[in-house]
Design a protein around this ligand. Structure first.
Ligand SMILES: [Mn+2]
Length: 424
């Protein structure tokens, strides 16, 4: 479906007076208002192709309705999100869940929706129909070289798909590990994984990057072969400049200080970017910002400090991606909430008075340090995020628009009530 510009204009007119009151009030108090607004306008977050349908748990899946039935409809859904929030200008494909059969046509469709292709994701955590070898006991780490070769070849195939679409990065997440003590020789598993990653690395075009994602546990519950940022950093360091560590917010042990991890990876020029989500217990894949928005703010605070120290472009020099699963909410509403939460945290972090913070740190004035961070965090920046969206032609209140204009009902009438997306 295509959103009607007249409906969008009508929505913005209806919400404008209330918005104007709030933005005038907020802007008067923010000295760096113009630059914050421009940074917000430039900031884009990639939508994963696997999050456009309802996800599930290992106990069951309760499908929604009107889900995208093919890769083209997934692109249309991301186009809808981008039209509403002007901040979802790219899609991250997962292969083989979404195989681009006709890349030229797909690129053209993406252009119509003003979308680009972000990192492509490989999948060696489940067996595919007809595959010669099983990944039951791992893929790139496997004791059998033939299994490793199959997994390497798959990753190289994914790179080729990405090249055809104009993507510039490969994300590798491995389920490899072990469930019981003694099952694996840790050193052999590490060395096999490294050797396999080297072969994949060698297949990368010059301007490409490979993102090595880590995860503390699950599906393996005794050891993971890329279990934490230290292990990912080891692989990335040994591979070379094109290899970087990808941080998925849900892939840590409880209470890990993710903002410190981020600061150090950034310092070492080894931070690839993010998979945004939120969690209370483990890899819960909940909507980013729904459980711990303060942590998200603290992460962005470190990102901005570290990126500015290296004169990096906030919008372009790291990978910003969502990786979540929607079990009880409409996936498109959930993704609108996710992008909004990320932009709110980014905007709050842009408000931190960095000069004052540095001065307070040098004085060991701990109270002032906390005051500076929390003053920024407790600012309601939603009007400025909305203003950035409005200036780019988006909706002042995307979720309200989505509901009032019955977007899901229209998708159901086009695709049917039983349309189920491929993916999780
Ligand atoms: Mn992830």
């Amino acid at each position: 479906m295509v959103l009607q510009q007249t409906a969008l204009d009508q929505h913005n007119q209806q919400h404008f007076a209330g918005h104007k009151r709030k933005i005038d009030f907020l802007a008067a108090d923010i000295p760096q208002y113009a630059s914050v607004l421009e940074k917000l306008k430039a900031f884009q977050i990639a939508i994963p192709s696997w999050a456009l349908g309802t996800g599930g748990t290992r106990f069951g899946r309760f499908a929604g309705a009107g889900e995208p039935r093919c890769i083209e409809e997934k692109l249309e859904d991301v186009g809808l999100l981008h039209k509403l929030n002007q901040s979802s200008g790219s899609i991250s494909l997962h292969i083989p869940w979404d195989i681009p059969a006709n890349p030229a046509a797909l690129k053209e469709l993406a252009q119509q929706h003003h979308l680009k292709f972000d990192a492509v994701n490989s999948n060696t955590f489940q067996d595919q129909p007809g595959a010669a070898h099983s990944y039951k006991y791992g893929s790139l780490q496997h004791v059998d070289k033939a299994v490793r070769k199959q997994a390497i070849d798959h990753n190289i195939e994914v790179i080729k798909h990405g090249i055809a679409l104009g993507s510039e990065a490969l994300s590798v997440w491995l389920a490899d590990g072990s469930c019981f003590p003694g099952q694996l020789n840790f050193r052999n598993a590490f060395n096999n994984t490294l050797e396999s990653l080297h072969e994949i690395y060698d297949a990368l075009p010059d301007h490409w990057k490979v993102f090595v994602e880590y995860k503390a546990f699950e599906p393996n519950f005794y050891s993971m072969s890329v279990g934490d940022w230290g292990q990912s950093y080891l692989y990335a360091s040994k591979l070379g400049d094109k290899a970087l560590t990808l941080v998925d917010l849900g892939h840590h042990l409880p209470n890990a200080n993710i903002e410190q991890i981020v600061a150090l990876l950034l310092n070492e020029k080894k931070l690839a970017g993010f998979h945004f989500n939120d969690s209370k217990y483990g890899d819960d894949d909940l909507t980013v910002g729904s459980i711990n928005p303060y942590q998200l703010f603290l992460i962005f605070n470190e990102l901005i400090e570290g990126m500015d120290a290296r004169q990096m472009n906030h919008a372009k020099d790291l990978g910003w991606m969502i990786d979540a699963s929607h079990n009880v909410k409409d996936p498109l509403e959930d993704l609108l909430q996710s992008v909004e939460a990320i932009k709110i945290a980014y905007a709050q972090a842009l408000l931190v008075d960095t000069d004052a913070l540095r001065a307070a740190q040098v004085q060991n004035d701990v109270t002032t340090c906390q005051e500076i961070l929390q003053t920024a965090y407790r600012t309601d920046v939603r009007p400025i995020v909305a203003e950035a969206r409005l200036q780019l032609g988006g909706a002042l209140d995307p979720i309200s628009f989505f509901r009032t204009n019955k977007v899901r009902a229209q998708l159901i009438s086009e695709r049917g009530a039983n349309a189920v997306a491929t993916g999780l």
